[in-house]
Design a protein around this ligand. Structure first.
Ligand SMILES: [Fe+2]
Ligand SMILES: [Fe+2]
Length: 249
């Protein structure tokens, strides 16, 4: 398979990617998020190397896992180097939610997954990563060191994308295309669920904000009016009151 040049949707979103990567804080945040995703993915693939019964796949998974862990180091080192160039504090940086990573390995499940399904998932994830990293490499042209990191990682991602496809075709010669389509559909479904959950959260916040500003002011107004009617200070209790003074209430 030929090296990717970025999926159409990513190419269309290039101005957005340029805007995201143009800001120093966002750039560091993205690199840190990538480091986390690559590291988690590397550990999961290491587990896949342990459990696969196929000796060739075991060797390939192991090499793949080493690559992903190396990518995590590269991203972490680059973000640390960028942070050193700034003297200001980044309190808000680490409390903010990281932007989604480009790899998609965070959805990876190893236990109970047969190799053909794992390879199909990895192929789709690696292809997406190669596509995204191609765009990111281009939009950080102003930062040669970050660009070099993407350049190096991109070569590995293209290899991962290709070997997973070749191996999938080897172990599932009759159904490898169907496996890839299924992995693509599953990935799209998970993305839809994430987007739907984010939208639901946004709508919930919006509804609560509207309720706060529409329903609360009348209650506050009534409470203030009732408070004005109350006499200030202590209130004498009637001698003929039925409530015992010893009562708790
Ligand atoms: Fe990677
Ligand atoms: Fe990869």
């Amino acid at each position: 398979m030929s090296p990717v040049r970025g999926a159409r949707v990513d190419r269309m979103l290039r101005p957005v990617h340029r805007w995201v990567w143009g800001d120093f804080d966002r750039r560091v945040r993205k690199l840190l998020a990538f480091a986390e995703v690559e590291g988690d993915g590397g550990r999961d693939i290491l587990r896949a190397a342990e459990v696969t019964p196929d000796p060739l796949l075991r060797r390939l998974y192991l090499a793949h896992a080493i690559d992903e862990l190396h990518h995590a180091d590269l991203f972490r080192q680059r973000s640390a180097a960028l942070l050193k160039t700034r003297s200001r504090q980044f309190k808000a940086l680490f409390s903010a939610t990281p932007l989604p990573g480009g790899h998609g390995l965070d959805d990876l499940r190893i236990e109970g997954e047969p190799d053909h399904r794992l390879l199909a998932f990895l192929h789709v994830a690696e292809k997406a990563a190669a596509s995204r990293f191609t765009i990111y490499r281009d939009v950080v042209a102003d930062d040669p060191s970050t660009r070099a990191v993407f350049e190096e990682i991109l070569r590995d991602e293209v290899f991962h994308m290709n070997y997973t496809y070749t191996q999938l075709a080897r172990i599932s010669p009759r159904s490898y295309r169907r496996q890839v389509w299924r992995a693509r559909a599953s990935r799209l479904w998970k993305r839809y669920l994430r987007a739907a959950a984010a939208l639901a959260g946004l709508m919930g916040t919006l509804m609560l904000t509207i309720q706060y500003f529409i329903f609360l002011p009348p209650f506050a107004w009534f409470a203030k009016r009732a408070a004005k009617r109350e006499p200030p200070g202590w209130t004498p209790i009637s001698r003929h009151g039925s409530v015992s003074p010893n009562s708790q209430y």
